[in-house]
Design a protein around this ligand. Structure first.
Ligand code: NAI
Ligand code: A1CAB
Length: 262
């Protein structure tokens, strides 16, 4: 059985850990600085341990899912277990923390990977991109296989990771923002809140399915009757700078990711 460890069992680490535990395919260990968070995972059959180093010692593949500013300290803690001859690899999901930020804290030649997932992993509908240093390349398939348990996975060069973080890492929050705005707008037009919410949620889910095999332009054109309601809405939204605001948001998030590595 593959030995997988997770350090930090919050929103991302915890979602991955639960799905891997459900699959029954892995021998799992986990640690978290807030030990009270480990109980649920222990019940799911995970070995919960009290030190990050112990997770690394017990695992062939270690996922670090702590906040970006905590990654350096965790790498220093697990460094003694990460000698290249040990056959271990570490994968970080932290925004903005580069492979070189990480490998600087580990023995020379350590296998290091980065993954950028999103919170839709918690319902098995995540998307993730993966990259690796030279020593970690042979583990790419393994890491991609693990993230397939929580959604879609692609390889992406590290130079595009900050942009991908901005696009899909933060993406669910933008969709939620848009959903909230739509619901409020429906309420303003007199639709009861619970009805508006249901209509908007189904619309977003249904559109996501349509977009799997159609371009965004195709969907737009199928909806937009010449001289009709959708065209009127598009003109009003564009006058308010909707598309420009999306571009500005992605640019700001990309820049923010660049600054998080420290
Ligand atoms: N939340 C999201 O939607 C996404 C988050 N990420 C990245 O995933 C990482 C984790 O984010 P979340 O899961 O949202 O955070 P979180 O706060 O939910 O989870 C982090 C966990 O790490 C634990 N922790 C903190 N310091 C630790 C230490 N020294 N040793 C062991 N455990 C420690 C915390 O107690 C907590 O349970 C971040 O680096 C973030 O950039 C990436 C993509 C999406
Ligand atoms: O907001 C953040 O910094 C993290 C990274 C991507 C999603 N959440």
């Amino acid at each position: 059985m593959q030995k997988v460890g997770i350090i930090g069992v919050g929103k991302i680490g915890g979602s991955l850990l639960l799905r891997l535990a459900e699959s029954g395919e892995f021998e799992l260990s986990a640690s978290d600085i807030h030990k009270e968070q480990l109980g649920a995972f222990e019940k799911a059959g995970v070995n919960t341990v009290s030190s990050n180093l112990e997770v690394a010692e017990r695992s062939d593949l270690v996922f670090v899912a702590v906040k970006p500013w905590d990654v350096g300290m965790v790498m220093e803690e697990i460094s003694p277990a990460m000698i290249p001859e040990g056959g271990k690899a570490v994968a970080s999901v932290a925004a903005g923390v580069t492979i070189s930020n990480i490998s600087d804290r580990l023995p020379a030649g350590a296998a290091v990977l980065r993954v950028m997932p999103n919170v839709c992993a918690s319902v098995g509908l995540g998307s993730a991109v993966v990259t690796a240093n030279d020593a970690g390349r042979e583990r790419l398939g393994e890491v991609m296989g693990i993230f397939r348990h929580v959604g879609d996975v692609m390889e992406l060069p590290e130079r595009l990771f900050d942009a991908a973080t901005a696009l899909h890492g933060s993406g669910p929050a933008y969709v939620a923002l848009f959903a909230d705005a739509l619901i409020q707008a429906g309420v303003r037009q007199g639709i009861p809140r619970d009805v508006a919410r249901r209509l908007v949620v189904e619309t977003i889910g249904g559109t996501a399915v349509l977009l799997k095999d159609r371009s965004a332009h195709q969907v737009r054109d199928e909806v937009m009757t010449p001289g009709g309601t959708t065209a009127a809405a598009f003109v009003a939204m564009e006058k308010a700078g909707f598309v420009g605001a999306v571009h500005d948001g992605i640019e700001a998030a990309t820049e923010q990711a660049r600054g998080l590595g420290g």
